[in-house]
Write a protein that binds this ligand. Structure first.
Ligand SMILES: Nc1ncnc2c1ncn2[C@@H]1O[C@H](COP(=O)(O)OP(=O)(O)OP(=O)(O)O)[C@@H](O)[C@H]1O
Ligand SMILES: [Mg+2]
Length: 454
């Protein structure tokens, strides 16, 4: 297992276009990092630079502190798990998993191959399928065979490029859970590319949000969600998306198309000197005013609106409010849409209502909004004016500690799979395997401390 450091990495393709533009990330040993962003933002390019399939134009790439820019892919000891599993149809599952070991001719004895393959198969719950051919497996099982290959190589890190994108939604959910548990059990450093924010949020210890080759923010999922650094991150993370509502600021009052909203003085102070701001509110911070407890009501502001329609989802409802923006506000929304890589930003607010709410489309309703939770963005720069740096850092620090605990728990389970792996490390097979096994637990804990405040 290893730490990976990206130091001001730049990738320019032949036409001089910077597909990756000055990206720096410290990936701790045992950490699960997600690279997320819209199509063309440079995720795959960055991953391929790490694994060595793409030259580095500028900057340094370090694995465990050693510069590897000029090392060939096979000398970096990283395992790439591709989107199209690249399995050999004529080989059994066993031989597919054994393939990287066979490739290193004569390096592994037959007993060693067998031990590694059956160990990996047991971790991946493929033991019953070892003699089958890939064509007879489900998508999820094939995915696991591909991971088995990475496992037997005893690579220092796993790199995934959209591994689940051709699975159906249900299987994707299952595989997500499997990959996550596997990563914890092995405690292996992982970098995972996806354009799906749900995948990013559920898998990552930290998520790096990219836009047009540039790093927007890297933080734990909760920090991204609660303390986004800018409009792009705020709009990209979360589903349904954060609502953006243009407003003029007058003292502690925001004048918006929905009406006047009184906001806490400390928030208003952050927007001092700005004429126009974009108010960002997540749907769940709205509620049917009738259903808000008295103790909570004072923390927010209410307004009247006619909802165009509502959608009942069983546990909650979504309500939609259209607003009619002034021409200059429409212009602002259009520019914002371009910035976010969206076709258009509709002048519409989505609110989450309690399942019991009787609010329906077409009738005027009173809606409450928790003004403690709203963010104010500078429409010119996109900066979040109300971001609480310290609160954000605390969320990411918490996530780092949780990771260390989860890895320790997953590896200390004492179940057959965990012991399968520790046995491989104690019988002195390969020095790489032995050191990986003994360092992984301590490494994870140390990493938790190393990233304090990060
Ligand atoms: N071989 C190449 N030559 C020139 N430009 C390239 C090459 N490969 C990628 N690019 C450009 O670099 C940018 C980043 O591409 P990359 O494949 O890394 O994006 P991505 O984030 O993985 O997107 P997607 O989600 O669509 O896979 C794009 O603008 C792309 O056109
Ligand atoms: Mg890609």
């Amino acid at each position: 297992m290893a730490s990976i450091t990206l130091n001001h990495l730049v990738k320019k393709y032949g036409d001089g276009f910077p597909a990756v533009n000055d990206i720096s990330i410290d990936i701790a040993d045992g950490e699960f990092i997600i690279l997320v962003g819209p199509s063309g933002c440079g995720k795959s390019t960055l991953l391929r630079m790490i694994v060595g399939l793409e030259d580095i134009t500028d900057g340094d790439l370090l694995i465990d502190g050693n510069r590897v820019n000029d090392k060939a892919p096979r000398d970096r000891n990283l395992a790439m798990v591709f989107q199209n599993y690249a399995l050999y149809p004529h080989l059994t599952v066993y031989e597919n998993i054994a393939f990287p070991l066979r490739l290193a001719k004569g390096k592994h004895s037959e007993e060693e191959v067998d031990r590694l393959v059956t160990g990996a198969a047991s971790t991946l719950e493929l033991t019953d399928h070892l003699q089958r051919k890939p064509a007879n497996l489900s998508g999820g099982q094939r995915q696991r065979v591909a991971m088995g290959r990475a496992i037997v190589r005893q690579a220092d890190a796993f790199l995934f490029d959209e591994p689940l994108s051709n699975l159906d939604a249900k299987l994707r959910g299952q595989m997500r859970a499997e990959i996550s548990q596997m990563q914890r059990r092995l405690g292996v450093t992982s970098v995972y590319v996806t354009h799906d924010q749900t995948e990013a949020m559920t898998l990552g210890d930290r998520v790096a949000v990219l836009k047009k080759g540039e790093l927007q923010q890297i933080a734990s999922p909760r920090e991204l969600y609660e303390q986004p650094r800018n409009l792009f991150v705020a709009g990209f993370i979360g589903s349904p998306s954060m609502n953006f509502l243009p407003a003029t600021v007058e003292g502690n009052v925001l004048r918006t198309a929905l009406g006047d909203l009184a906001i806490p003085a400390e928030k208003a102070a952050k927007a001092a000197g700005k004429k126009v701001v974009l108010v960002g509110v997540r749907p769940e911070f709205f509620e049917d005013a009738k259903l808000v407890e008295d103790s909570k009501r004072g923390h927010g502001s209410t307004f009247h609106a006619v909802l165009s329609h509502t959608e009942w989802l069983g546990n909650e409802q979504y309500g939609y409010i259209n607003f009619d923006p002034a021409p200059e506000v429409r212009e602002l929304l259009n520019n914002l849409a371009k910035e976010m890589d969206a076709d258009e930003l509709r002048p519409q607010i989505v609110v989450t209502l309690d399942a019991a709410s009787r609010i329906r489309g077409g009738r005027e309703a009173e809606i409450w909004l928790d003004t403690r939770k709203l963010h104010l963005f500078d429409p010119e720069t996109g900066d979040n004016l109300t971001r609480d740096e310290a609160a954000g850092a605390a969320l990411t620090e918490e996530a780092n500690q949780e990771r260390a605990e989860e890895i320790a728990n997953a590896q200390g389970d004492g179940d057959s799979t965990a012991s399968g792996f520790s046995s491989r490390n104690t019988d002195g097979g390969s020095p790489a395997g032995a050191s990986a096994g003994s360092s992984s637990r301590g490494g994870a804990t140390a990493a938790g401390g190393k990233h304090a405040g990060g």
